[in-house]
Design a protein around this ligand. Structure first.
Ligand code: HEG
Length: 151
């Protein structure tokens, strides 16, 4: 099989590095994960050991969820640092989510959509269509790479 390489223009690279260098991980990470757990409640099944997820308020004030949101967001640093090699960069994390955590790969798309909404809300009018297009392209590459070790 032929490897599909995602190519990036200079403009796209600059958009991605600008989004991530201005990203408040401690705020955006928890908000994105909380939103995913609230909007798509079936994703909560993976976090049964994280404590109280009884309702939206409980999820938003759950320190374990907040910490995990930050960890997941830092998981995207791998893609930022390996833009030309995203598939390979995620081999280990993909295997972990597939073989050990048994996370349905459809959930990756749900989480990154929540992340897009949180980033858009933070950036406001700076979140122009070209910024969105590049961010979506980047996140799609991550979702695809995370799904690669599923079979
Ligand atoms: Mg996953 C662990 C990244 C989606 C559930 N996730 C992790 C870890 C990282 C990560 C970096 C820590 C790995 C380690 O300890 O070595 N996760 C990550 C990314 C994305 C993602 C980048 C998508 C963009 N994760 C995701 C989704 C779910 C999920 C959608 C479930 C709905 N992740 C999950 C669980 C763990 C991790 C249950 C283990 C948590 C723990 O027990 O500490």
């Amino acid at each position: 099989t032929r490897a599909v390489v995602v190519e990036w223009t200079v403009k796209e690279r600059s958009i991605i590095s600008s989004i991530f260098s201005n990203l408040d991980y401690e705020d955006v990470g928890p908000k994105a994960l909380c939103r995913c757990l609230i909007v798509y409640p079936w994703t909560q099944r993976h976090f049964s050991t994280f404590g109280n997820l009884y309702d939206a308020e409980a999820i938003k004030t759950n320190a374990n969820i907040a910490a995990h949101g930050i960890k997941v967001l830092h998981g995207l640093d791998l893609a930022v640092k390996n833009m030309d090699n995203i598939k390979e960069a995620y081999t280990k994390l993909s295997t972990l989510h597939s073989e050990k955590l048994h996370v349905d790969p459809d959930n990756f798309k749900l989480l990154v959509d929540c992340l897009t909404i949180v980033v858009a809300a933070k950036m406001g009018s700076d979140f122009k269509p070209d910024v969105q297009a590049t961010f979506q392209k980047f996140l799609a590459a991550v979702v695809s790479a995370l799904g690669k070790q599923y079979h």
